[in-house]
Design a protein around this ligand. Structure first.
Ligand code: SF4
Length: 406
């Protein structure tokens, strides 16, 4: 069963594709069709294993490793849905779309953790966050870059491009460009995207402000994969208040529509505060997300950093239980197979520890300083200095300050 997110784009080529989703911009795929694609995906994993190892025994063992890896994160919950967008199939916001070159490299990089792969071509990073500007028109309640907002820029385009080059030289599946509000620096974004090599998927993290149709088209043409748009309440006025910006909600809707219409993968990101968390509110949010035709919803937990510094914002165990139950139900209960896929880092991090902090990712702030992640501001050197690899090892050895596995 396919739930169409962009009916008007259904095209005659759908029939000819053999899978049936080409010609549509974005849709959730479930039922028999998803099983068929998942079967093809699993076959492709064998193909990747065969390119990674010469020993046939390792082909089988490495596939078992991938199965165990999935179980570590998701238990025995069976896949219920995928996202089809931009010609690829996605199982999660932080996994590149199948069957792209980036996806193959991503899988090879996971296998490299099991047993070094041939050619030494594994990526050093899964996901790197790079803040490209201090500029922003909003004043969000939870902003983690609050102290640097609208101060003098430190990184010029040439330095941002050098950072991307440096990260890509070590291998990276995804780079998420953030800020400030990155869309206020459209020319910089285009510059960075155009000079980057195509071995990485690029995403933009935005409030939606200024994601006009023209800007969405420019970004798509420059090679952007998708946009993660912040929306913190399903009631427009509540969102505007949280963001201290009277048109914040208007721009969320604009951004989603313009993203969808230009074949960017669209996701909403929710900062789930104590005041917001209830099963009813989360459900209303998902109804809106489905109506807006986004592919993913990301749930973030508030942290006492940036604008929330010294504030009592951490969630209680009861709040976390509501979020975790909701995450599982929304992704794995058949009743919700037509809804966007929910991403919730906290769920994995509490069980497996954090994979950022120099392990599989990091956050590079607007000064070029290296941090464990966007919410853990503990600087470990500057990405542009000569000791990058040494600093990375320090970051990794110090680990995530917030999460240790159960
Ligand atoms: S959270 Fe993002 S959109 Fe909000 S003030 Fe901070 S940088 Fe701007």
């Amino acid at each position: 069963m396919i739930v169409e997110l962009q009916e008007k784009t259904v095209h005659d080529t759908v029939k000819a594709s053999g899978i049936g989703d080409r010609g549509k911009k974005q849709c959730i795929v479930s039922g028999f069709r998803m099983k068929l694609i998942h079967f093809k995906l699993k076959l492709s994993l064998l193909g990747i294993a065969m390119t990674c190892y010469t020993n046939p025994l390792l082909w089988i063992k490495s596939l078992h490793y991938l199965v165990r890896l999935r179980k570590r994160f998701l238990g025995n919950n069976k896949l219920q849905k995928m996202v089809y967008a931009g010609g690829k199939y996605y199982m999660g916001l932080y996994t590149p779309g199948w069957n792209s070159r980036v996806y193959k490299q991503f899988i090879a990089s996971q296998l490299n953790d099991y047993m070094p792969v041939r050619g030494g071509g594994a990526n050093r990073f899964n996901t790197v966050f790079l803040a490209i500007t201090k500029k922003c028109a909003l004043q969000c309640e939870h902003c983690f870059e609050w102290e640097s907002l609208n101060k003098k820029e430190v990184l010029a385009d040439v330095e941002l491009k050098e950072i991307v080059r440096k990260i890509q030289a070590r291998g990276v599946s995804q780079i998420h460009l953030s800020g400030g509000e990155p869309l206020l620096k459209m020319d910089t974004l285009i510059n960075v995207l155009e000079q980057a090599n195509k071995s990485t998927d690029f995403w933009v993290l935005t409030s939606g402000f200024k994601l006009t149709n023209n800007n969405a088209r420019r970004l798509k043409n420059a090679g952007l994969t998708g946009v993660v748009i912040s929306l913190d309440h399903f009631i427009p006025e509540e969102h505007n208040t949280f963001r201290q910006f009277k048109d914040a909600y208007y721009w969320v809707e604009e951004a989603v529509n313009n993203g969808n219409n230009n074949e960017l993968v669209t996701a909403l990101s929710l900062c789930a505060t104590r005041a917001f968390i209830s099963k009813e509110n989360l459900m209303s949010y998902m109804e809106l997300a489905k109506q807006l035709k986004v592919s993913f919803v990301q749930i973030l937990e508030p942290k006492a950093v940036g604008h929330y510094t010294n504030k009592d914002v951490l969630l209680s165990l009861d709040h976390l239980k509501i979020l975790e139950d909701f995450f599982l139900e929304m992704n794995f209960h058949p009743d919700y197979k037509t809804y966007p896929i929910v991403t919730y880092h906290g769920y994995y991090q509490r069980r497996q520890g954090c994979f950022s902090a120099g392990i599989k990712g990091l956050y590079i702030d607007t000064d070029g300083d290296m941090n464990a992640c966007p919410f853990c501001h503990k600087k470990t050197g500057n990405v542009l200095d000569g000791s990058f690899d040494k600093n990375l090892e320090v970051l990794k050895s110090e680990g995530c300050p917030s999460y240790t596995p159960n």
